[in-house]
Design a protein around this ligand. Structure first.
Ligand code: C5P
Length: 233
């Protein structure tokens, strides 16, 4: 498993053509890319094969959450797609996470990196208390889910760059943190609130930053990507 610090571009496009046109701009470098539910459900597994064939690493962000047997069998399918990183919801329990690792592991013992989503950043503490009936604080819940993921044998969690240092403290230096919410010091925040620059994310020990609009919407996406790599890697 390759856990070298890297920049992952969030390819939040709705179709294959738009995505491939965007990736055509990258001729001398082949960035690590994130494919989310929107693109996967619209373009299907073929978009993963096409992007892999172009030489990119892929983080398939499908956030699985189901009974352990279903997750195990689905992970086996994703593993055959040869993605480099994928994820699930830690809320599915340790049994589900352990089943996921079993499904993801290839006959030769290798597997893509498996990362847990703890509480989505769109869930605030009030809603967590009132609707999910989780009475612990939001930070405690996030850390507890991260520890469950670590116990189940996962490689890391998706978290805010502001949580990365505490996750490392609690789960160990080797436990991977994948952090969205990254912005250049001089770029728009968009709808992100708790943000860090790539250089700050590096300082706090983030392993992978996920960057979307600062690269995809930049006048020169390749230059923006290279700037990100320069600051972070
Ligand atoms: O465009 P931007 O850089 O804000 O994109 C960030 C990416 O990371 C998007 O694909 C978004 O869905 C994802 N993400 C996030 N915050 C989380 C989890 C995922 O921004 N807590």
């Amino acid at each position: 498993m390759d856990t070298k610090r890297d920049v992952i571009i969030a390819c939040d496009f709705s179709g294959a053509e738009e995505t491939l046109n965007f990736l055509d701009k990258f001729t001398d470098v082949k960035p690590f890319v994130k494919i989310g539910m929107e693109l996967y459900y619209s373009a299907g597994p073929d978009i993963v094969r096409q992007i892999k064939a172009r030489g990119h690493k892929i983080f398939l962000d499908l956030k699985l959450h189901d009974i352990p047997n279903t997750v195990k069998k689905t992970m086996a399918v994703l593993s055959k797609l040869d993605v480099d990183m994928t994820n699930l919801h830690a809320a599915g329990t340790k049994a589900m996470m352990e089943a996921a690792i079993e499904g993801l592991t290839r006959p030769d013992g290798t597997r893509p990196l498996l990362i847990a989503v703890t509480q989505l950043t769109s869930t605030d503490e009030q809603r967590m208390h009132d609707e999910l009936l989780i009475s612990a604080s939001l930070p405690d819940t996030v850390m507890h889910y991260a520890e469950n993921a670590k116990d189940a044998g996962l490689d890391g969690v998706v978290c805010s760059p502001l949580e990365a240092a505490v996750v490392k403290e609690r789960c160990g230096k080797e436990f991977i943190t994948v952090t969205p919410g990254v912005r250049f010091a001089d770029s728009a925040k968009d709808d992100q609130r708790r943000i860090m620059t790539p250089a700050e994310a590096k300082k706090i020990g983030s392993d992978f930053i996920v960057v979307g609009r600062p690269i995809t919407q930049a006048p020169d996406p390749v230059a923006a990507y290279k700037r990100c790599v320069e600051e972070f890697v």
